[in-house]
Design a protein around this ligand. Sequence first.
Ligand code: ATP
Ligand code: MG
Length: 459
Amino acid sequence: MKPTEQSADASPVTASRHEPRIIARADHGISRRNISNGALRVLYRLHEAGYKAFLVGGAVRDLLLGGHPKDFDVATDATPEQTRALFRNCRLIGRRFRLAHVVFGREIVEVATFRGIGEEGNADRHIVDGRILRDNVYGSIEEDAMRRDFTVNALYYDIADFSVRDYVGGIADLQQRTLRLIGDPVQRYREDPVRMLRAARLAAKLDFEIAPEAAAPFAELAPLLADVAPARLFDESLKLFLSGHGLESLRRLHNHGLLGEIFPATATALAGPRSAAFGRLLGYTFTNTDERVRADKPVTPAFLFAALLWEPVRGLAERLIAEGNEADVAWPTAVDRIMHQQATRVAIPRRFGLGMEEIWALQPRFEQRQKKRVVRLLAHPRFRAAFDFLVLRAHDEPELAELVEWWSEVQQLDSHALGHHLAPPAESVEGEPAAKRKRPRRRRKPTAAKGSGNATAQP
Ligand code: ATP
Ligand code: MG
């Protein structure tokens, strides 16, 4: 890429004006073939109507890196209302940040009006303790660039001449694979603490390094994440963990001391006595999830979150048992406490929370192999997820291997064959694992989850 020295446009020069570096069409690798039809239609329509129209943000960054972006954001000097007037399939959304969404079948193109650097106290911008709560002040493209988070996220692809505009040194940082905040990192994190998580996430996704001055304030400012709405942190968690680079995101969060702000019990357990085994469990789980995401297979957040909080729940239950509680009291108590603590940080929607509790509660039920119980467990709507979780646990708990094998076989059988395969139901000792009697050769230590199934989320 080679810059050409030329001015961006002929509009009057303002005091804070930055001359962009302009990379001409011939000098960058962006091809319109890699831009979605929807985004192209939006860009052309705005352009033909006399507005400025740029592709911006992650899409430009990813295109320059040779990737194939899934979503495309457009920036323009048209107001949301002016944008809406151009498209039949357009709706205006958002209160904090008003945006236009143009819909093409399954594709949504987000169109944002350039954000300005307006007066504080303006009714359209609401800042409390340095935090931006609402921002609908419109401005110039230069101002819009300055308000973005990282330099590599502030590159603009101009549909008028297919050049790329760089107001903040994003091209150089892209070449050096560096995430650098625009402006003063401390101030930018105070405005929006989620930018710390975005740094970890984008570094993981792009395999970039976070610039030292952008990572340095984490230690002091990470606690600001406690004030971010838990619902927003849930959305951000999904992006962190379910976008195909979850393991790397988790690593970066952990190494930068950010994990404890969003998954405090997980971070504590990763520093605890079973940290190595727990780290491996998370490694298997996240690797598996990343592979599924990349292969476009379905994944459930419940499964991933169940893994993230497994050791905290298990550890707390064990402690409660050591303090003299019965297992069937200790386990649901542990589940409750950890889930409550977690809910104050990340708002995991109820349906996923229930899913997590079921996955945990089903673990000890794999040890019960009386016919009636087996049939019931196989028919449980969470059987698949719970079994997959057992498989992951077995990586690090060799005593579970035999159970995994047994249940894999049993799943293959039709109901007739299953009847033959299984021993008659236990007549006497309700609740005692049948396996104990039928398979004396199994020498098992009591497993972590033992006892939890009777107490939580029985169907
Ligand atoms: P991804 O590949 O995950 O989509 P992205 O950079 O496109 O990464 P988005 O959340 O889609 O992330 O945001 C689009 C753009 O909006 C960003 O590239 C950035 O310019 C701007 N942006 C997003 N969130 C923030 C923020 N918290 N502060 C400042 N700018 C932001
Ligand atoms: Mg994006």
